[in-house]
Design a protein around this ligand. Sequence first.
Ligand SMILES: [Zn+2]
Length: 343
Amino acid sequence: MNKRQFLMASAAATLATPFVQTAWAQQDASVGPSGPTASPFDVTGRIRGYRVDSVRNHSINTYFIGGSEGTVAIDTLWRIPEAEEALNAFPALTGRATSEISAILITHMHSDHYGGLETYRAAASGAPAFSTDVVRRVIQNDEHGFYANRIEDFGSDIPSEIPVPEVGLEHAQTFESGGVELDVSVLRANEALETALLYAPEERVLFSADLVNNKTTPVFYQGELDSWLNQLKKLRSLFPDAQVIAPGHGPAGDFDTLVADQIAYLETFRSLVEAELEVGDGAILEDGVSRIKSTIVDAFPDWRTSAGVPSRDRLIELNIGWTLQGWRLSGQSSSNPRQFREN
Ligand SMILES: [Zn+2]
């Protein structure tokens, strides 16, 4: 499938599968839209994606790239059931056995991307899992406290031991496994403390992790809105030949469209927060929070929640708090991971 065919196919798929509201979402619009049910999808050529719709309105992607001597898996979903679902679909999706997975790559340290790692490693006959050094360190030490929180939430649906990748992704290096080559670019201070972007030059596909998602409410937990925006604006110059983005959340799509959408959301959010700071003379009033929520939801109506926060409205409230903290306008600590599960 060439780029034009791909775009037409994704446009047709979007038209064919309008957002369906769950019963819960119909009762409460603040939850936001629910996407289509879990499904495999073709990215391009030898790249296959699998989207899992999980608890709390959460949609997450995993990817498989078929090489001449193995398959590279990118990200492993957030719990054992989701990982099992994707791995059960793997043979039909790739025409291979999961034992042919030769390497597992983890793009960043958020548990919705590495929670299923142990399940993947077992299905792949112990294939190695790799991340950057910083991502490995943060996961191993549970520096955000995400993992402890997930165990509280999900019990035995999460491995009791933190699954830790080894160091194998480095900035400006090419990662090679099973006949698959991926160019690695590491960017810091964006959606995550650190994000490894993986680029497949032959297919012109960028695996963007959560730096660029598709119709998914971004998470400003790091308080790095400005740095993240700057990186998005430079992304085209870093990947001059890229055509397709395979995101962490939401369907794959045209590189420039998805980057422009992500920039538009971040810029709209930033200007709304700045305007409300003017109104509130340096603080955001309660009315201001409501205005920001309703304006951003009107501007981006079909964007789903993410980060395990059940309601889109709640995630936007958290985003306001994290942004103010990032700008040193609020001394309140609002980084307890328990907040992620509040409705
Ligand atoms: Zn994510």
